[in-house]
Every structure is written in structure tokens, then in C-alpha cells.
Write a protein of this length. Structure first.
Length: 315
């Protein structure tokens, strides 16, 4: 995900990284060359006079605009659907961050094995991030997860589920040893359930793309619209028609590419969610809670000097 200055209008205007130009640029050039060829054929034909070119640009611009209106509605639908998936993915990761903090906070405060829970939660979110990006191994979790658990999780079809089960086993173990009261167990299991629910929401987004019929229809209509555009504007615009083609094709291809890139918010493209930062945030916060468990309990009460006696009085 690209961090940018929302108020830097000029800087954003001339940006290249993260824009649709990287994916759509070649197609825009091809369509512009196509418009140049169509305009050249018409101009040469008129100059030679050997062919009847009077009806060459006979496509009515108003009728052509009807197709453009329909195409605009479809592209807006595509972008709204993609933005909805993007925001849903971000909301799911927000829930993961909050549930991770709450789970570890209670575990650290009421047990003597809070650091172990913090490591399990950090390993869980890292394995979830890698799973959403198509990596079913447990790399990057060596620091947090014991080797035995990593070997067991790698045999699972879904490694994060195995780590979540280990967290639940940790809760049961601490309850059996008398470290946790039943109400705390219930609370921690609720936070763990929120983690698993958010995991399911992310997996739903990743494994359920937009219906193929919508995607194909938009691409087909874009091509029909652009291939017929020179015949609708060539007579009025003349040699400016390739410029019109470049601008219109950039808009259509660019908006379609923006929808494609944000459709999968868990990828590695420039505009995808920065899940690395999210997992580092969770690992940092949970680790600090585990390391600072006794902070606040070791502060000595203030001391004052009693007048006339010179004795230090605690209070």
C-alpha cells in the first residue's frame, strides 16, 4: 500500500508508481496507433479519390454515446465491487489487530505464560498473511513458534487454523492449572473466535473473485467502444481523433485496471493492503505487553522528608 500526501496535488498528479499507466500504458499506445491508422486511411482515400469514403465516418456520435453510457455503468459497478472487497479486507485486519491485543492483554495480566501466548498470536498472524498470499509454509515464524508446532501446522491444509488450535490449547492448559477463571476463559475464547472469523472473511474475499461474466463483458464492451470510437469522432475531430482515443482509452483501461488491482487486497501489488506492517504491529504490541507485565507494579511509593526530624516517610 502506498503512503502519500493527500494535499500534494502536483506530486500526486505526476506520480507513476502505483498508477494504472504501468498496466494499461501499452494498450493505450496500441489503441492510439489504431486511431492514427484509421485517420490515415480516410485521409489518403479522400486525397486519392479512388474510393467512396463519404460514409467512412458515418457512425453517429450520439448513438455511440449510448454504448459509452452503458459501459460507464458497468465500470462503476466493477470499481464499487472492488472497493467494497478492499475495505472489507481492511476491516477484517483491523478486527485481527484488536482481537490480538485483547487476547494477549488478558493472558499476560492473569497468567505466568503470557510471553508464550504473545508468540503464538504473532505466529498466527504471520502464517495467516502468508496463507492469504498463497504461501502455505511457515517461514518467518521460526522466532515465534516451536518446531513441533510448526511441523504439525505444515501438515494442515490451512496452517493458521493449526496455530489457532494451539492458542485454544494454551487457554485450556492455563485454565486447568488454575491460572484462569472461567469468565476469563470465555472472554479469551471470544477474542480467539474473532480472530478465526476475521480469517474466514479474508479467505472468502481471496477465494471468491467477481463473477467471470461481469469481468468478460466489461472487457468486451471496452474493446467494442474503442474500436468504433474513431468512426464516431474522426469526421469532427480529424487528426485530433488519436488524441481523443488516447485520453478515452486511458480512462477506460485505467479504471478497469484499478478495479482489477483492488479486487484482491491481499496481493503484493503497490495498492494492496500492507499486511506486513499489520503483522509487525501485532508482534510489536503483543511482545511489549508480555515484556512489560510488571511495569506499574514495581514503582515504589513516593517518599517525603518530615520537617524537623529529617526522617524519610513513605506514603
Amino acid at each position: 500500500m502506498i503512503e502519500y500526501n493527500r494535499k500534494d496535488w502536483i506530486g500526486n498528479l505526476f506520480s507513476y508508481r502505483g498508477t494504472a499507466l504501468r498496466q494499461a500504458g501499452k494498450r493505450v499506445v496500441v489503441m492510439t496507433i489504431y486511431a492514427v491508422i484509421i485517420q490515415a486511411i480516410y485521409t489518403i482515400g479522400k486525397e486519392q479519390g479512388g474510393f467512396a469514403f463519404d460514409g467512412f465516418f458515418g457512425l453517429n456520435p450520439a448513438q455511440h454515446a449510448v454504448l459509452g453510457s452503458l459501459l460507464g455503468f458497468l465500470i462503476v459497478f466493477r470499481m464499487n465491487a472492488s472497493n467494497g472487497r478492499y475495505w472489507e479486507g481492511r476491516s477484517a485486519w483491523g478486527a485481527i489487530i484488536n482481537a490480538s491485543r485483547n487476547l494477549v492483554r488478558v493472558g499476560v495480566a492473569h497468567t505466568h505464560a503470557g510471553s508464550e501466548l504473545a508468540d503464538l498470536v504473532a505466529g498466527y498472524v504471520i502464517s495467516l498473511r502468508r496463507s492469504l498470499q498463497g504461501n502455505m509454509d511457515l517461514e518467518e515464524t521460526e522466532v515465534f513458534l516451536p518446531d513441533e508446532l510448526r511441523c504439525q501446522a505444515e501438515r494442515f491444509g490451512n496452517p493458521p487454523t493449526a496455530v489457532a488450535f494451539a492458542i485454544s490449547a494454551w487457554i485450556e492448559r492455563e485454565f486447568s492449572s488454575g491460572q484462569l477463571e472461567p469468565q476469563l476463559v470465555r472472554h479469551m475464547e471470544e477474542q480467539l473466535s474473532k480472530l478465526v472469523d476475521a480469517q474466514g472473511a479474508c479467505e472468502k474475499i481471496r477465494k471468491t473473485p467477481l463473477p467471470f461474466v461481469y469481468v468478460v463483458m466489461i472487457k468486451q464492451l471496452i474493446m467494442v467502444y474503442l474500436l468504433t470510437l474513431p468512426f464516431a469522432v474522426g469526421k469532427e475531430c480529424g487528426w485530433w481523433s488519436p488524441v481523443v482515443m488516447a485520453i478515452v482509452s486511458l480512462g477506460l483501461f485505467g479504471m478497469e485496471e484499478a478495479g482489477v488491482e483492488t479486487e484482491d487486497p491481499f496481493g503484493t501489488d503497490d495498492n494492496c493492503l500492507d499486511m506486513v506492517t499489520y503483522t509487525l504491529t501485532i508482534a510489536r504490541d503483543t511482545g511489549q505487553m508480555a515484556a512489560g507485565k510488571h511495569v506499574g507494579r514495581t514503582i515504589d511509593p513516593p517518599t517525603t522528608l518530615t520537617e524537623g526530624t529529617g526522617e524519610l516517610v513513605t506514603g
